[in-house]
Design a protein around this ligand. Structure first.
Ligand code: ZN
Ligand code: MN
Length: 128
């Protein structure tokens, strides 16, 4: 068990302090040096556990593989349709869209998952 929690700690610290929202494969390549016997499946499983217990976020963007975020606080994301990068947005909470979505709906809206997409600043520069 100790070995496993060590791996999980290493996976978590790999994510903390970076804002590029890596895939499980990037995390795997990053911690393989420290844990040569670890498999991609184990890394993915640990990432999912960390997301389930709220220590990180799993971003299922619908574009490419899941991405992982070391920042568990709620915030919105932008996905570039050109290069696939995932960036943090500094927009305030958009909780009023829960109210909008609930109009004319007899159930109870508890939340929403929203991704913004378009061209990132780097890709926009290239097209100019
Ligand atoms: Zn881009
Ligand atoms: Mn983020």
């Amino acid at each position: 068990m100790l070995k496993h929690s060590k791996q999980r700690e290493a996976i978590k610290s790999f994510l903390v302090g970076r804002y590029d929202h890596p895939t499980a494969e990037t995390v795997y390549l990053g911690i393989k040096e420290e844990f040569p016997n670890i498999s991609l499946g184990t890394v993915y499983r640990n990432l999912s556990v960390l997301a389930d217990i709220g220590e990180i976020q799993k971003l299922s963007t619908g574009m490419g593989p899941d991405r992982f975020d070391g920042n568990p606080a709620p915030h919105y994301h932008f996905i570039c349709r050109e290069c696939g990068c995932v960036l943090d947005l500094s927009v305030e909470g958009l909780d009023h869209i829960n109210v909008l979505a609930g109009q004319g709906f007899d159930g109870e809206i508890e939340g929403h998952i929203t991704y913004f997409y378009g061209k990132c600043p780097e890709c926009l520069k290239k097209t100019e």
